[in-house]
Design a protein around this ligand. Structure first.
Ligand code: UD1
Ligand code: CA
Length: 462
């Protein structure tokens, strides 16, 4: 391909989203919409990459810069044509063609962009537009062709006559245009339309009336690829389409997904082969899952790392944590941020863990809270154990040495340290350190009163 720059439009008012967040920063499978356009453009190897943003879109600017793009500001959203024109200074040293993408169209594939650009180059066209056929073309701009099938202009739905509205071939919003002609032409277009905006689409008619070569290239395939997200309904549709792609990619790479329509995996999640995922699981953010794992129904896993052969049982919620090989977690476990679960560890139902390390082979199987703790290898944490890690002002740590046995219903009043191999009797409130191999017990002795007759009787009943 010849020299190619890209301009991505992101400065629109996003009125139809009815949101305080700019449209292109809404998340789709864990990433902002704009990121998809930036990545598709980067894959086509364009340079420079300019994103047109509004003056208040600081989040958009930060995202663009973090991905090596240049930001051009459109002070007022006066239309797509006006938006493209704002990229002119950023491209002053560039000669070649400009690929124009909309930041609200996240499903466009790099292969399609490559095919389109090659077609425009082969035909040596000054202006090319990528088009699609839609059963229900709704608010998309219509591609109007003459009797010979040559494109003559693009009409926005709001400005279209009845006959034009019936046209099923529409503008995807993606253009590839010779740079000098593009900017010269954009200075000439006028906001003579229903919205009183400067429309990029007007360049098509200009090219034809100047006798220049203009290409309207049908993208073919699934028209959802060019879906523009204008409303939250569109966002849900785009999300469903992306989910289908993501799940298919994992299945083809050897992951079993029991019910792909009910499995929610973000774009940046990685999963090893022979892992099985049950319905309702949500694997989010930058989570990494190894091979031969089982992730049961309703599991929520966010920004966490899971090694090979781990089994996460139903309805466990895990965030910013890591789980080592062959550990079993759940059902109904909660791992809050900075939980580090060692090899072969068992974490059972209604166990909450926060900022704690549970070392190899340790078990905490029932109804337990471990916060700010280090639990040594092969420790058995009995049911109902609690770390009292907070005194109302600060947090303190609990250390439990290797092989210790913690009886049920123990409270550790931190800071406290339990030696290796120590035993804590059930029901103890531990406030002082316990030496290795010692028994610590704070229970009051049990009293037995024989033949006890209760003094009070329940009134009215005998
Ligand atoms: C646009 C096209 C329409 C096409 C559709 C494809 C025009 C006039 N219409 O309509 O033919 O079928 O996309 O999805 O081009 N933007 C700016 N500054 C502005 C206005 C818009 O940066 O002043 C950006 C938006 O953030 C968005 C993109 O340009 O990312 C498209 O704008 P939008 O308002 O969504 O246009 P559509 O009505 O969808
Ligand atoms: Ca749009």
């Amino acid at each position: 391909m010849g020299k190619l720059a890209v301009v991505i439009l992101a400065a629109g008012k996003s009125t139809r989203m009815k949101s305080k967040t700019s449209k292109v920063m809404h998340l789709l499978a864990g990433r902002p919409l704009i990121t998809y356009s930036i990545e598709a453009a980067a894959a086509v190897n364009v340079r420079p990459l300019v994103v047109v943003a509004g003056p208040d879109q600081r989040d958009v600017m930060a995202e663009v810069k973090s991905r090596g793009g240049i930001v051009a500001i459109q002070r007022e959203a006066l239309g797509t044509g006006h938006a493209v024109l704002q990229a002119r200074p950023a491209l002053s040293g560039f000669k070649g063609r400009v690929l124009i993408l909309c930041g609200d169209a996240p499903l466009v594939r790099e292969e399609t962009l490559k095919k389109f650009v090659s077609e425009v180059e082969e035909q040596n066209a000054v202006c090319g537009v990528l088009t699609m056929e839609m059963k229900d073309p709704g608010s998309y701009g219509r591609i109007i062709r003459d009797l010979d099938g040559q494109p003559v202009r693009i009409v926005e739905a709001r400005d279209a006559h009845k006959d034009d509205l019936a046209v099923k071939e529409v503008n995807s919003g993606i253009f590839c245009v010779e740079k000098k002609w593009l900017f010269d032409t954009l200075t000439k277009i006028e906001p003579k339309n229903h919205q009183k905006e400067y429309y990029l689409t007007d360049i098509a008619h200009r090219a034809i009336s100047e006798g220049k070569k203009m290409v309207a290239f049908p993208g073919g395939g699934d028209p959802r690829e060019f879906l523009g997200v204008n409303t939250r309904v569109d966002l849900a549709e785009a999300t469903a389409c992306m989910r289908e792609r993501i799940n298919r990619r994992h299945m083809l790479a050897g992951v079993s997904i029991v019910d792909p329509e009910r499995t929610y995996i973000d774009a940046d999640v990685r999963i090893g082969n022979d892992t099985t995922i049950w319905p309702g699981a949500m694997l989010l953010g930058k989570s990494r899952i190894g091979s031969a794992c089982t992730i049961e129904n309703g599991v929520v896993l966010k920004n966490s790392t899971v090694d090979d052969s781990v089994h996460i049982r139903s309805y466990s919620v895990i965030e910013d944590s890591s789980i080592a090989r062959a550990a079993v977690v759940g059902p109904f476990s909660r791992l809050r941020p900075a939980s580090v679960i060692g090899k072969n560890v068992r974490i059972g139902n209604f166990v909450e863990i926060k900022k704690s390390e549970i070392k190899e082979g340790a078990k905490a199987n029932h109804l337990t809270y471990l916060g700010d703790a280090t639990i040594g290898p092969r420790v058995n944490v009995g049911c109902g154990t609690i770390t009292c890690n907070y005194d109302g002002r600060a947090k303190y740590r609990t250390f439990v040495g290797e092989g210790a046995f913690i009886g049920s219903d123990t409270q550790f009043v931190a800071p406290v340290r339990i030696g290796r191999g120590a035993t804590i009797g059930a029901g103890s409130t531990i406030t002082k350190d316990v030496p290795p191999k010692a028994l610590a017990l704070t229970r009051s002795p049990q009293v037995i009163v024989k033949n006890w007759k209760p003094k009070r009787q329940v009134k009215g009943k005998r």
